[in-house]
Design a protein around this ligand. Structure first.
Ligand code: SF4
Length: 475
């Protein structure tokens, strides 16, 4: 293999919705069930197992060695989705962990205390854990595995953004220095994988995995760009969470490519039919922060009853490891060097969210043409929440962007206060209405979408924008 395979943008699926229409939610749930079933059988199959985080994880190398991948963050959030997280959290608190510790970590400690019994099945103990500095908690979490499970860890040191308005450009001296630093660590990791598996590293297999990642990311970019259309075809903080789960768990697999391709087809068809996630889209919103998995459906309902849709969330960027930009394409003719170069760039996007979120949010506010931004502070995730007050201040003062700040937790239901959050959401929408009224704002979005579309012959403004979305995912 000498060159990267660029995936063609998926066409719209048949425009008449029917029983055989691809259902991204059901298909996503099935893929997640399959993944858990595979995990439970990994040892029987003689597979090696690795713990990885969703950011900064070297999955491409691990897949080259056929590691079965455990995502402890996803295990923890799944306890929230399945409404049993509190049991796991209480067990780890009884064991001695403070309420202030990241609730993902505590749910995982609860899992260890229960001998790896998860509501989705038995989670195998890994042969190695890959941690990184993408969140400092990752490193401490790895230490817990070392202590409680005797699991060896390998920590990647990934260079991030060093200052405001500071950006590495692909191929410049700083980027190449960063990439060499990362590549040397990857070579060490490969040697560790060879030791664990007893197999030689196969660089052609790495190129194959990268090719599949390229194809997934191409569709993913198009999926995200489709939500710039008014009405938005999906809710970034409900539907989007299913999509991002598949992006992470099936990254670099053919099943992942096919899911993303069919998802794009299905969303293009919805856009062509002019179907939005909410029947009457009145407000377009941006969600910043991590979700509250125990109450996400309820939270989204509070916004959708006002006709508000989350057109975009920065969670879809950093929880995909920063792989949502047009330049994130592996050059499969130089697999390892390219892996290091892209990882250095993606890590910069992922890590910058902690201190420099305002720069990218300002751009995304324009890209998705939003009326307001919702910050969700997480009690136990200081990594994502610590810079929110400053970011909010910046966006209010510089861009006059209305915003709402609410607080709960990732998976700890004790921090969800329904009446209080509902009051704040209602007050937010009342103030948005006072700024100009909902219906005129929605009409303005439609006009903006129409003027952004070069294909004037298309039937509707929405269809025009969808047709104009290019392979790079930009209208
Ligand atoms: S502190 Fe936040 S980013 Fe870090 S592991 Fe916990 S949830 Fe993830």
């Amino acid at each position: 293999m000498t060159t990267a395979t660029l995936e063609q943008a998926a066409p719209a699926a048949a425009t008449t919705p029917g029983a055989d229409e691809f259902n991204p939610h059901q298909a996503g749930q099935q893929l997640m069930k399959d993944w858990y079933a595979d995990l439970a059988l990994a040892r029987e199959r003689g597979q090696h197992v690795a713990n990885v985080f969703v950011m900064g994880n070297a999955i491409e190398i691990l897949r080259t060695f056929d590691f079965q991948l455990v995502f402890p963050e996803i295990n923890s959030l799944q306890t929230g989705v399945r409404k049993v997280s509190q049991e796991y959290l209480r067990e780890s608190e009884d064991y001695g962990y403070s309420p202030d510790v990241c609730s993902y970590v505590k749910a995982d400690v609860g899992l260890i205390l229960r001998e790896q019994q998860h509501p989705a099945g038995t989670i195998p103990k890994a042969d190695i854990a890959i941690t990184s500095n993408m969140c400092s908690t990752f490193i401490k979490w790895g230490e817990i595995w070392e202590r409680m499970l005797g699991m060896p860890t390998f920590t990647l040191d990934l260079p991030g953004q060093r200052a405001g308005n500071w950006q590495v450009r692909r191929g410049d001296a700083q980027h190449m220095a960063d990439a060499h630093w990362v590549e040397a660590q990857f070579r060490d990791l490969i040697a560790r994988c060879e030791q664990i598996t007893g197999r030689r590293f196969d660089i052609d297999r790495l190129a194959q995995v990268q090719d599949r990642v390229n194809r997934m990311v191409a569709h993913w970019n198009n999926v995200m760009a489709l939500n710039r259309v008014c009405p938005a075809p999906y809710n970034a903080m409900l539907d989007g969470l299913t999509y991002i789960g598949i992006m992470n768990v099936y990254r670099g697999t053919e099943a992942g490519v096919q899911y993303m391709r069919r998802l794009e087809e299905q969303l293009r068809a919805r856009v062509a039919r002019g179907e939005g996630r909410v029947a009457q889209e009145r407000f377009r919103l941006l969600f910043s922060g991590t979700p509250c998995y125990v109450s996400m459906r309820r939270l989204v309902e509070l916004f959708e009853t006002w006709g508000g849709v989350f057109a975009y969330s920065d969670y879809l960027t950093f929880a995909a490891g920063g792989m949502d930009a047009g330049e994130m394409v592996y050059d499969t003719s130089r697999p390892l060097e390219s892996l290091a170069e892209i990882t250095a760039l993606a890590a910069q996007r992922g890590l910058s969210n902690q201190f420099f979120a305002h720069e990218r949010l300002a751009q995304q506010i324009r890209d998705y043409d939003v009326d307001g931004i919702v910050f969700h502070g997480i009690k136990s995730c200081r990594f994502v929440s610590s810079g929110m007050a400053d970011t909010r201040n910046y966006l209010t003062q510089r861009l006059n962007m209305p915003s709402l700040y609410i607080e709960s937790d990732l998976i700890d239901p004790r921090y969800w206060s329904d009446a209080q959050i509902k009051n704040r959401v209602d007050a937010f929408f009342e103030s948005l209405q006072q700024r100009g009224g909902a219906a005129p704002a929605a009409r303005a979005h439609a006009a903006a979408a129409a003027s952004a579309a070069p294909a004037a012959a298309a039937n509707t403004a929405a269809a025009s924008v969808a047709a104009a979305i290019t392979q790079e995912g930009r209208p």
